[in-house]
Design a protein around this ligand. Structure first.
Ligand code: GLU
Length: 323
């Protein structure tokens, strides 16, 4: 075999008239696979302290009666937004069918964006009276605390830690954390992640449950969820772990990947609002009540998520309010 290959190389050299370069001496250069900007090994934060934050998912009661569009109570957060002329909302632009930029139109669209537009509709009578501000997972709370945005509608889980820093609406979506792997990986669940690298975004709730797994995988933190998908495609990580709805979007973009294993924990989503703007929380909860009952929620689910997630369209989450 070696002789045949050598003869072929010789013949090739004679035919090309090249006598100085031997094909057999061309070195193999490994492909350079740079990690996405800011990607870093994430260190385990240690066991999270048991926290008692009461009924975490109970939000402020909706305003009753709800003011009509353009008729917000004087001095309210809503009146200030209406006076400004646009609702400013922090969203994702990387998560297919939740908040993503349509490459053909350049518009950010998805289930989260529909929720944000329903609030603009209720404030102004115009779903387009809105300015979308793209945020990474890690930028959500600072953007609210610095007053850069009025609301964040961005696959954001309500947690004990976060409710000390921002207010949340009632739950508008119930996700579950799972894992995404390459189809030929042989990984079928979180038990097989020992010695593997798992990607999640910095500032997300997805890192801690992976770091707490008995199989002790290494975690890699990046800025955006699409960075995790690229790292998985390039073999720089073995899995991505986050909410099922986000992973389903990645699996739809790359048919060589699949979601595997059971739930690593519930991820109830709320719309986040600065702590001091309780009036806006109550207004948003009134809008969400309408969205759940007037068919908007179901229509939006069917439009964006029906084809992505298995099973029938679920009922909208039942809201809980503080007594
Ligand atoms: N729902 C999780 C969170 O709020 C993960 C999703 C994300 O970061 O976008 O942290």
């Amino acid at each position: 075999m070696k002789r045949i290959a050598g003869a072929l190389v010789f013949a090739a050299l004679v035919l090309t008239g090249c006598s100085t370069v031997s094909l057999t001496t061309i070195p193999t250069v490994p492909a350079q696979v740079p990690a996405p900007g800011g990607a870093a090994a994430a260190t385990a934060p240690g066991a999270p302290a048991a926290q008692n934050c009461g009924d975490l998912l109970a939000s402020y009661r909706p305003l009753d009666p709800m003011p009509g569009p353009g008729q917000m109570p004087a001095g309210s957060t809503m009146a200030k937004i209406v006076q400004r002329g646009k609702l400013i909302v922090g969203v994702d632009q990387n998560t297919l069918n939740m908040g993503f930029r349509d490459p053909f139109t350049g518009q950010i669209q998805g289930f989260d964006i529909d929720m944000a537009r329903a609030i603009a509709q209720a404030l102004f009578g115009d779903p387009d009276a809105i300015q979308l501000h793209a945020l990474t997972s890690d930028q959500r709370i600072p953007a609210l605390q610095h007053g850069d945005v009025d609301l964040v509608v961005r696959t954001m889980t309500i947690t004990c830690d976060r409710i000390k820093q921002v207010n949340f609406s009632s739950v508008y979506y119930e996700a579950q954390q799972r894992i995404l792997v390459r189809k030929n990986s042989g990984i079928t669940g979180s038990e097989q992640l020992g010695g593997k690298k798992v990607c999640a975004t910095k500032g997300s709730t997805s890192l801690a449950p992976i770091q707490a797994l008995p199989s002790k995988p290494a975690t890699v933190a990046v800025a955006d969820w699409t960075d995790c998908l690229v790292m998985l495609q390039q073999g720089q990580v073995d899995a991505v772990s986050t909410d099922d709805v986000i992973l389903a979007g990645m699996a739809a973009q790359d048919r060589y990947t699949e979601v595997v294993g059971g739930s690593l924990g519930p991820q109830p989503y709320g719309i986040a609002i600065p702590l001091q703007n309780v009036d806006l929380v109550r207004f948003v909860n009134g809008v969400l009540d309408r969205v759940r009952t007037n068919g908007t929620w179901t229509a939006s689910y069917e439009k964006w998520l029906g084809g992505l997630l298995p099973g029938a369209t679920p009922a909208p989450p039942v809201p809980r309010y503080r007594s």
